[in-house]
Ligand binder design. Structure first.
Ligand SMILES: Cc1cc2nc3c(=O)[nH]c(=O)nc-3n(C[C@H](O)[C@H](O)[C@H](O)COP(=O)(O)OP(=O)(O)OC[C@H]3O[C@@H](n4cnc5c(N)ncnc54)[C@H](O)[C@@H]3O)c2cc1C
Length: 389
């Protein structure tokens, strides 16, 4: 598949009304302004902190664009709409910044409810969760740093680990593969350890538990190769979601402040190369390794597609999928799906206020990712002009 194939805006926006296109145009115009995003995000954080009502402003605008709804049921329209174009949904409970045991239990139950939804719905093939939705960040940090835990902390850690196990067991019993997001490097080793155990336990017959690798980290390509080698030796399926990584500035800043070498590649080119090499490596091992290519990068998607056809592998092979976030890069998702690839959208949901950190990240990402916003705007404009013509 050539990169130019992503320019087919008729396919990309076929389920968007003129009104939805105009709303997207307005939104990307706004997030294209770094000043507006900076001021807007700051005001929003203050408003949330002061418990001011923000739903009226967010719900019909950014929330509607980037989220499926406040509950799983709310997401049904989006699931159906995407499914009509063979784009699948991964429901992502996105309440962030929750820190109590009852919050974590609540999130565990939500993840299980998304598994139930997947069982009932042909358009929902996977479940997903974020590690710190189930266990406290500071506790993971402490464990990774090798600090000793009090008895209370030790049992808190065991409860957190058990939640990982519970949701994976629940998903596997219902035959729904489950992906685990990756987070900051200073908690990720502990998460990897827990997830690896689950992969070796549950991936014996098919790839069911997926870890996520952030390819901006210069140690991940070697990690991937070593893991696949070990999994093949033990006759277990490896399964990875590959992403570039969302915490680059934080990673660099912490490394600088604490005086250790940054875990992130020094430039974007190196990250891009690592991402594409990791994708190619997984595709070369497609019979023992499942890969979800999580990116909005057209070059990476085009290269992956070329690799797949070069290997004469069926584009719809069950071990290969692509994923983008709802509200971003529809031109990639819809055109890949139309060409027969497995494609998913992460569809975040949750109460508006609790999804705010996710929304701010999306706005900031669209501002900072070179060319992303202008690319979205160019394609929307192109489609509006095509429809007028
Ligand atoms: C389906 C899906 C799931 C995701 N899940 C996760 C997850 O679990 N964990 C997570 O951390 N992120 C996750 N992300 C976000 C992802 O890591 C990226 O932040 C985002 O997708 C942008 O990268 P890209 O490949 O789409 O686009 P691109 O625009 O090609 O790449 C931007 C990315 O390149 C890297 N980069 C940019 N500049 C530099 C530089 N100077 N030096 C080195 N690297 C640089 C950064 O990672 C940046 O985010 C997910 C994204 C998707 C689409």
């Amino acid at each position: 598949m050539e990169r130019t194939a992503f320019e087919n805006t008729e396919v990309a926006f076929k389920d968007k009304s003129n009104q939805a296109l105009r709303r997207a145009y307005w939104l990307f115009n706004m997030v294209g302004s770094p000043l507006l995003v900076k001021v807007g995000s700051g005001l929003l954080r203050i408003a949330i902190w002061l418990h001011l009502p923000v739903n009226w402003a967010l719900k019909p605008t950014v929330f509607r664009h980037f989220c499926g709804g406040e509950t799983i049921d709310d997401c049904q329209n989006v699931i159906t709409q995407l499914g009509a174009s063979q784009v699948m949904t991964i429901l992502d409970y996105s309440a962030e910044g929750k820190d109590t045991e009852s919050d974590f239990d609540f999130t565990r139950n939500q993840i299980m409810a998304t598994v139930d939804k997947a069982v009932d719905n042909q358009y929902v093939p996977y479940a997903v969760f974020k590690p710190t939705g189930l266990i406290r960040f500071a506790l993971l940090e402490k464990v990774q740093a090798g600090e000793s835990l009090s008895d209370t902390e030790q049992s808190e850690f065991e409860r957190g680990r058990k939640r990982f196990e519970d949701v994976c067991t629940y998903a596997v019993k219902r035959d729904i593969p489950i992906m685990i997001d990756s987070e900051e490097s200073w908690i990720q080793d502990v998460v990897d350890q827990i997830v690896e155990d689950l992969m070796f336990r549950f991936n014996k017959e098919k790839p069911m538990v997926f870890n996520t690798l952030q390819m901006y980290r210069h140690d991940r390509l070697e990690y991937l190769k070593a893991f696949i080698r070990k999994a093949e030796e033990q006759k277990v399926f490896a399964a990875f979601k590959l992403v570039r990584g969302a915490y680059m500035e934080k990673e660099r800043e912490r490394a600088k402040n604490m005086g250790y070498p940054s875990p992130v590649y020094p430039d974007k080119d190196a990250t891009d190369q690592a991402f594409d090499q990791a994708t190619a490596y997984c595709l070369t091992h497609v019979y023992t390794t499942a890969v979800c290519i999580g990116t909005h990068n057209e070059d990476s998607c085009a290269k992956a597609a070329a690799h797949i056809s070069g290997q004469s592998v069926d584009p719809g092979h069950p071990h290969i999928s692509f994923a983008q976030l709802l509200g971003m890069s529809d031109h990639i998702s819809y055109n890949l799906a139309a060409a027969g690839y497995n494609v998913c959208k992460y569809v975040p949901y949750g109460p508006v206020k609790t999804v705010v950190p996710y929304l701010i990240r999306r706005a900031e990402e669209n501002t900072s990712v070179a060319g992303q916003t202008s690319r979205e705007l160019y394609l929307i404009k192109k489609e509006i002009a095509r429809r007028k013509a």
